[in-house]
Write a protein that binds this ligand. Structure first.
Ligand code: C2E
Ligand code: MG
Ligand code: MG
Ligand code: MG
Length: 287
């Protein structure tokens, strides 16, 4: 019976895999054209410091496919990484983000996500320097967000690249912290300026006392290592208050502002302005 079942599964699976593969191939092809066809845009999500001042916008890539509509980055970024297209895509993101940021009179910083493939190529420091020169953005206004996965597997090369990037004066952020396997003390060997607590911990703050303990430990350990801490995915006032009470330096999430197109930035009303009491009252009125 097992044999029969195996054969059955085999027969059932192959056409399906073909379909998936074909779909993927054609999406890959479409992505290649997306840059020329102006189907790619950046959205920007605000980050606030602990006194509720807007300090940074994170650039998040968006792709609107001509027939399929919006495709999430969690779907097309891995595809771009496998095909190598991420190098061209990543350069476009960096250039567009810096160009946009130079137009912000308020002097906000811009945070750009980098793929490990871009780092390990070995040409990022030169590219970043060239784009800063070209756009005129001061290096202190650029933050680069990286995830920890690649650091473990390519520690030597990664370290060298990160040191060179940091020497340009940009700030390095360890994104999605807590989802990988590396310890904070190990990562302290890398020249990070701050780390971003992953959304999964923030989301469990209210219901799960161990998530609370983990987040508190991350925050206090980071402080001892002279790292700043950001929390991503803040969706509720309770999460916001807990993180602030623990001394989290920066906060980001749908509660404070969703990713938005560049044109909306100048109309954006931060939910947490100077009149905090009033703001909280307003928030409590929200559904
Ligand atoms: P990330 O860098 O960790 O970005 C945060 C993601 O969480 C974004 O999803 C953002 O829209 C979402 N988010 C922010 N606040 C909240 C919240 O309060 N609740 C919930 N549920 N979600 C929230 P997005 O834009 O879909 O991006 C997903 C991931 O794709 C990013 O995670 C990043 O790893 C990657 N990505 C996006 N743009 C780029 C890019 O230009 N280059 C590279 N290499 N990766 C990118
Ligand atoms: Mg990020
Ligand atoms: Mg993140
Ligand atoms: Mg994340």
């Amino acid at each position: 019976h097992a044999k029969e079942l195996g054969r059955g599964v085999h027969c059932f699976f192959e056409p399906g895999m073909d379909m998936a593969l074909r779909k993927r191939r054609s999406l890959e092809r479409d992505l290649r054209h997306a840059m020329q066809e102006n189907e790619l845009t950046l959205h920007f999500q605000p980050l606030f410091d602990s006194s509720q001042t807007l300090v940074t916008f994170e650039a998040l890539l968006r792709w609107t496919h001509p027939t399929l509509g919006p495709i999430p980055p969690t779907e097309f970024i891995p595809m771009a990484e496998e095909s190598g297209l991420i190098l061209a895509l990543g350069e476009w993101v960096l250039r567009t983000a810096c160009r946009t940021a130079i137009g912000w009179q308020e002097g906000y910083r811009v945070a750009v996500n980098l793929s490990p493939i871009q780092i390990l190529r070995g040409t990022m420091p030169a590219l970043v320097q060239a784009i800063l020169n070209e756009t005129g953005l001061p290096s202190s206004r650029l933050e680069l967000e990286l995830t920890e996965g690649m650091l473990i597997h390519n520690a030597e090369e990664a370290l060298e690249q990160l040191v060179a990037l940091r020497q340009l004066g940009v700030r390095l952020v360890l994104d999605d912290f807590g989802t990988g396997y590396s310890s904070l003390s190990y990562l302290h060997r890398f020249p990070f300026d701050k780390l971003k607590v992953d959304r999964t911990f923030v989301q469990r703050l209210e219901s799960d006392s161990s998530a609370r303990a983990i987040v508190n430990a991350i925050i206090s350990m980071s402080k001892n290592l002279n790292l700043e801490v950001t929390a991503e995915g803040v969706e509720t006032l309770a999460q916001f208050e807990m993180l602030r009470a623990q001394g989290c330096h920066e906060l980001q999430g749908f509660l404070l502002g969703r990713p938005m197109p560049e044109t909306e930035i100048r109309h954006f009303q931060p939910l947490f302005g100077s009149q905090r009491e009033q703001t909280i009252q307003q928030l409590q009125l929200l559904p």
